[in-house]
Design a protein around this ligand. Structure first.
Ligand SMILES: NC(=O)c1ccc[n+]([C@@H]2O[C@H](COP(=O)([O-])OP(=O)(O)OC[C@H]3O[C@@H](n4cnc5c(N)ncnc54)[C@H](O)[C@@H]3O)[C@@H](O)[C@H]2O)c1
Length: 259
């Protein structure tokens, strides 16, 4: 399919945050954006993650690479300074990161600690707002921003626990950022993929059950993969989707419409 994709993002520049390995949703996005012609900037979490991410960044021909832990003061600013120095502008931002301390993630919401809640909210939601604030001035010709959500934002999904309210806040943040950035022709999308077997997902209790349920419910009858998510985002970043913003876009084989 790759050689049939038109270079609808050629000349565009995209920052992808959240690649841990080739199973990451962020990797699917990076690969799809590259296939559609975009240049890439890719980050890794820390020195431990670097050997897993750097080869993928090389394979994708990423023009800019850098470390980024959004909890480390100054690292996010440094990434945007690097992008400004090298590119002078940015067209697309993909935020594909989430975190909650294990004990808070695996316990019910009633038992979630204040610290765990704050940490999950900071890494998984407020970091997107911080990124948007730094990215917007570089999007001088408009642009698009993506944040990965999940159906547990909207309905109760057993075992999703604290991430439900956190993703609800993320989706609401996308709506407000779309409102505030619309005049600058910057579009903001919450993307809601169906469950995928990734490192982050392995932290959820009984994740296998979520996978089985998603495949059973989906009208299309099968699970999605990271390239499904990537190509849908690439379309949304293109001029073909130039008047779509603020919504939550489901990439789940239709599972969200089935009771
Ligand atoms: N896998 C699923 O079933 C699924 C479904 C819907 C949405 N999502 C969302 O997709 C996004 C990507 O997750 P994934 O499933 O690809 O898993 P993943 O483990 O491949 O990616 C999660 C990424 O978050 C990064 N991260 C964690 N803490 C960070 C920090 N402090 N600073 C910077 N980066 C940090 C990790 O380094 C990793 O690259 C998450 O927002 C997740 O909630 C996942």
């Amino acid at each position: 399919m790759d050689n049939q994709i038109h270079p609808i993002l050629s000349g565009r520049r995209t920052l992808v945050v959240g690649i841990a390995n080739e199973h990451s949703i962020a990797y699917g996005c990076a690969k799809a954006f590259r296939t559609a012609g975009s240049e890439l900037a890719v980050t890794w979490l820390n020195d431990k993650a670097r050997p897993h991410v750097e080869p993928l960044a090389m394979e994708l021909g990423a023009a800019i690479t850098a470390p980024l832990d959004v909890s480390v003061p100054g690292q996010l600013e440094a990434v945007f300074e690097l992008i400004n120095a090298r590119w002078g502008r940015l067209d697309n931002l993909i935020h594909s990161i989430a975190f909650a301390p294990k004990e808070d993630l695996q316990g019910g919401l009633l038992d979630c600690s204040a610290e765990g809640f704050a940490k999950a909210m900071d890494v998984s939601c407020h970091s997107f707002i911080r990124m948007a604030r730094l990215a917007a001035p570089l999007m001088t010709d408009g642009g698009s921003m993506f944040a990965m959500s999940y159906f547990g934002a909207e309905r109760v999904v057993p075992n999703y626990n604290v991430m439900g309210p956190v993703k609800a806040a993320l989706e609401a943040s996308c709506r407000y950022l779309a409102y505030e950035l619309g005049p600058a022709r910057i579009r903001v999308h919450a993307i809601s993929p169906g469950p995928l077997q990734t490192r982050a997902a392995s932290g959820l209790k009984d994740f296998e059950l979520m996978l089985n349920e998603a495949a059973r419910k989906a009208p299309l009858g099968e699970l999605v993969d990271v390239m499904d998510v990537g190509f849908a985002c690439a379309y949304l970043a293109s001029d073909y989707a130039g008047r779509i913003t603020g919504g939550t876009v489901y990439i789940d084989g239709g599972a969200n419409v089935v009771a």
